[in-house]
Design a protein around this ligand. Sequence first.
Ligand SMILES: *Cc1c(COP(=O)(O)O)cnc(C)c1O
Length: 502
Amino acid sequence: MLYNSTENKKEVVSASQAIAQGISKDGGLFVPQEIPKYDLNTIKGLLKLDYKGIAQKVFADYLSDFTEDEIKDCVEKAYTIEKFGSDNPAPIAFKSYNGNEAGILELWHGPTCAFKDMALQILPHLLTKSLKKTNDGKDAVILVATSGDTGKAALEGFKDVEHTKIIVFYPVDGVSPMQKHQMNTQEGSNVKVCAIEGNFDDAQTGVKKIFTTPEIAKQLEKNNMMFSSANSINWGRLLPQIVYYIAAYCEMVNSGKIQLGEKMNVVVPTGNFGNILASYYAYCMGLPIYKFICASNSNNVLTDFINTGVYNKNRQFYTTISPSMDILVSSNLERLLYKLSGDSDISTKEWMTKLKTEGSYTVTPEVKDAVSTAFYGGYCDDEATKATIAKMYRDAGYLCDTHTAVAVNVYDQYITETGDKTPTVIASTASPYKFSKAVLSAVNDGKELPESEFDMVDMLNNITGVDIPAPLASLKDKKARFSDVVKVDNMPYYVLKSLGIK
Ligand SMILES: *Cc1c(COP(=O)(O)O)cnc(C)c1O
């Protein structure tokens, strides 16, 4: 199977090239030229497999230049009991809320307690194998822009991986104290962490710019290095996310919640549009999905887009209690637009250019209709997020994090509006302990909060009795290693200096 750029169909690469390179030279994103199709018989065959088995099948169908052994090796190394606490890395908790039952797909049992681990525990293995196939001898420099969770998950995934170096940029005031502490205490000899004066979009634009500056690429080349990306623009990030939607469907069937062939809805708390796009690819493969419910926080650019066909990032940026969704440029939407415009690289390029130059674009009525038929867009603000955490905890005895709460709230709105009774899976994207302050203030009945992050963690644990994930508990006594803060304009210099080139 080959991949091409969403902005230039003539740029065609193999799977390993797509993963090694991360982003295409013209700035477009790599997409598979054909999507493998699973009929109900194929899905029936998957019902008997465990998570790793499903992962191997899906990976094999997309990564045609990997051998079966290579894929098996990657999967075995990534989804271990040691890292995910059980042999099912993505279990479903069935809970009732407001009279509706939903399956909460817990994607945060990995080493950094956010769903990013599902992809970033396997990406380094996919990437090092891809580099061997395509770029003999070169070291990969992984540049990451993070709104909090990707950074830590990428650092954990890549730490001390041979022939890789990783540099993570995060918005100085845009991540939670726990996220900051997780990143700044990161171990490993090949890692660097740096804050930037700006928001996530500034960080992401800065990284994209470094990627596409030819002079910088040349300097790396001279030093036997090349850039790659661990952001969700990398196909190697998206592919592992397709797996858990297929596995979730199988679990819904196996647990009797739906019959094989019956449809389910998915609800996804969305920022960069990677997670929800993975569910859309699963649907394109043949997975029976009825609605994609795209949940946003006050940065509701996607809600408006789904409802109007106008994407407009020229609006106020809000810093919310669900910081991993504080995003106005949802990069992976580009892949959806490419697909829905009938694989039109010309239209996609035109919209993305407008986004860069004017900050907004309008899709054709056909594309708008296709979007709003498949997707439901909704959002909620911080107050509603906290109220949802409190209500969910009170009514269902289930403690969820702020991002998951946005999804639960928007699902509730969807039910009220449509009365749809389709069985539903809600993606739960982080442990509540990653966002202790906000979660605690939702469930502590107005009592005063302690000052330090870890005292809040303990108080949340005392009130709810929910276990603190071991990777977060162990951070308490760790000292920070990193404290750099740079201006966006200085990011290129910082990168070259960190690599010992300047
Ligand atoms: C990254 C993240 C999201 C948003 O996911 P996208 O794939 O960027 O849409 C939501 N919740 C949490 C906790 C995250 O870390």
